[in-house]
Design a protein around this ligand. Structure first.
Ligand code: SF4
Ligand code: SF4
Length: 159
């Protein structure tokens, strides 16, 4: 549980996702479970898809109909609490933030990791972006098995 070990329940995780039909296009998954004074996700979105409102402590909400899955909010979130997910056949494509070195490279196979830090399978690196505006937070695009849709959270070490 979140307040004991920092791991959200499946119910909490799934509450951040749109229905699977919406995920045929890339959508931001904002896993910001606490009320904290923070809003770069909202201010960075060029499509106004994330709303926090006048009280900066409110949790962000996503209008999935406005979200294009661009990934800007992913590297703009200081809490690394956002990913982008898209179902592609029997796989799921994620865009995640990554701040470790060495960075992965396209075509490499890394391990897919769940929220408990356990290895759950493979993640194929598709693309790594690290522009000036990203302030050392890379955006890594990976493909993993669709069965990991609600479990995958990060990558670790090349296979
Ligand atoms: S992925 Fe892009 S369009 Fe979607 S909420 Fe984030 S910044 Fe906005
Ligand atoms: S920027 Fe990240 S940590 Fe801050 S409110 Fe948005 S999702 Fe939460």
């Amino acid at each position: 549980m979140l307040n004991k070990d920092g791991i959200p329940t499946q119910e909490q995780i799934r509450s951040c996702f749109p229905g699977e039909s919406a995920l045929l296009k890339p959508k931001a998954i904002v896993e910001c479970y606490e009320e904290i004074p923070c809003n770069p996700c909202s201010t960075s979105c060029p499509f106004h898809a994330i709303t926090i409102g006048e009280n900066i402590n409110h949790r962000p909400t996503v209008d999935f109909s406005l979200c294009t899955g661009c990934g800007i909010c992913v590297f703009s979130c200081p809490g690394l609490a956002i990913s982008v997910a898209q179902i592609v056949g029997d796989q799921v494509r994620f865009k995640i933030s990554y701040e470790m070195l060495p960075l992965p490279a396209a075509e490499e196979i890394w391990t897919a990791v769940n929220r408990a830090g356990e290895i759950i399978g493979e993640a194929k690196i598709e693309k790594v972006t690290l522009g000036k505006a990203q302030d050392k937070t890379a955006l890594v695009q990976v493909l993993t098995n669709k069965k990991h849709l609600y479990d995958f959270i990060a990558i670790r070490g090349r296979i």
